[in-house]
Write a protein that binds this ligand. Structure first.
Ligand code: FAD
Length: 369
């Protein structure tokens, strides 16, 4: 097997030659205006042998390790291009199907996801169930050889352009809250699904509300054990946090650009201190990411918390240094308005602190659980 360093070298050369075919790097979720170029980038990655770096070769992946995948994401961040088009498909759904899927589900979805024929969204959060996801009330009630789904999801990134969704729904309404939930692979074109865009404060509408009215899900849409979807969902969320935590390189680049912007300007004492604090914290997180390695674990919460809090602080400082005009329009204003979202997506900062307190530091459990 090719070693990680040589692989990184090859990836870097290929990206230098091909980066103009990529959309700009948009982070985890592709905004609606870049979907066409994102799709064609993912297909180009697939055809050129750069899709599914650590996925098995039988489904069209490259059969390498998680360390190679981490190196690929690193090289993509350096090149300023997205490493995957559809994070929900390639990290969350794909990972869950490999771990929990039947052979039929793997054949049906994995290769199609690598080729971006199946594009996925995440149907977890509800108006009454975000941090406390175990309170979700969307139901999927067994009815012969199908499940009938009724309820509502919210904050579904990319719902309008996805043709598949990973859904958590209640299948046993009498069981204790975490025990009666199942995990499904949902065809988003089924009758009874209505998708409505939600406008954010950036002015864009990257999210959707999704409503289900008597949607008939076939029995083979169930992923993992019936009523055992909580475990599947938690594995998916850990991968999501791990993936967010890998954005350390884009953070580093952002900090470099703030440092460059500060050159030749008269910074106040406080601005200088804030900048120094951010740069040194950034280096500490980079070191931590290198120590943690590419496999998502409970420590993913540490990286997710640290990176997204820093993204937020760096957007604030950048706007301070650039001056008030920059907050009215353009990239800095957009950065400022989108930065809070990172601290919420994939589990809020407060929730990450609870996880770190309970599982890493051994503190008493959150009384709300
Ligand atoms: C950019 C972005 C993309 C997203 N994409 C998706 C998606 O594709 N699919 C999807 O299903 N969801 C998605 N979400 C939703 C996200 O998962 C939820 O917003 C998040 O889990 C928080 O839930 P909530 O909004 O209901 O807030 P709440 O859970 O109501 O929290 C409100 C406040 O209370 C705090 N809080 C809650 N419980 C505790 C506690 N026990 N201890 C301390 N503080 C607590 C929270 O930290 C927060 O500050 C996305 C969100 C964002 C911002």
């Amino acid at each position: 097997m090719i070693d990680v360093e040589e692989f990184g070298q090859r990836a870097s050369e290929w990206l230098t030659a091909n980066r103009l075919r990529a959309p700009r790097d948009y982070g985890a979720i592709c905004p609606p205006d870049l979907v066409d170029s994102g799709l064609s980038w993912q297909r180009h990655l697939y055809e050129s042998g750069w899709a599914g770096i650590h996925w098995p070769t039988e489904v069209g992946g490259q059969g390498l390790t998680a360390a190679h995948q981490a190196q690929w994401l690193y090289e993509c961040a350096l090149a300023g291009v997205p490493g995957v088009f559809n994070m929900v498909g390639l990290v969350l759904a794909g990972g869950a199907i490999q771990k929990f899927g039947t052979p039929e589900q793997q054949v049906r979805h994995l290769n199609a996801t690598l080729q971006a024929d199946h594009v996925w969204c995440q149907l977890f959060s509800e108006p009454g169930a975000g941090s406390d996801l175990g309170s979700l009330s969307t139901r999927a009630i067994s009815d012969g050889d199908r499940y009938i789904v009724n309820g509502q999801k919210v904050w579904c990134s990319g719902g309008r352009y996805s043709n598949w969704g990973i859904l958590m729904a209640r299948t046993d309404i009498d069981a204790p809250k975490h025990k009666g939930i199942s995990f499904f692979l949902m065809d988003m074109n089924l009758p009874g699904i209505e998708i409505r865009p939600l406008k954010q404060m950036t002015g864009e509408a990257e999210f959707d509300e999704v409503f289900f009215t008597d949607v008939e899900l076939p029995a083979d849409a169930l992923l993992g054990p019936l009523h055992g979807g909580w475990g599947v969902g938690m594995a998916v969320l850990t991968s999501e946090r791990g993936h967010i935590g890998t954005s350390v390189i884009s953070l580093e680049r952002r900090l470099e650009s703030i440092a460059r912007m500060a050159q030749g300007r008269e910074l106040s004492g406080t601005e200088k201190q804030d900048l120094t604090k951010l740069l040194s914290k950034g280096m500490a997180y980079k070191a931590m990411a290198q120590r943690q390695g590419p496999v998502a674990s409970t420590a993913a919460s540490l990286m997710k918390l640290g990176i997204t809090e820093m993204m937020f602080d760096s957007a604030m400082l950048r706007a301070d240094i650039a001056g008030v005009e920059s907050t009215l329009d353009g990239a800095d204003a957009f950065g400022l308005l989108s930065a809070p979202g990172g601290r919420i997506a994939g589990g809020t900062s407060q929730v990450q602190r609870n996880i770190i307190g309970e599982r890493l530091l051994g503190l008493p459990r959150d009384p709300s659980h």
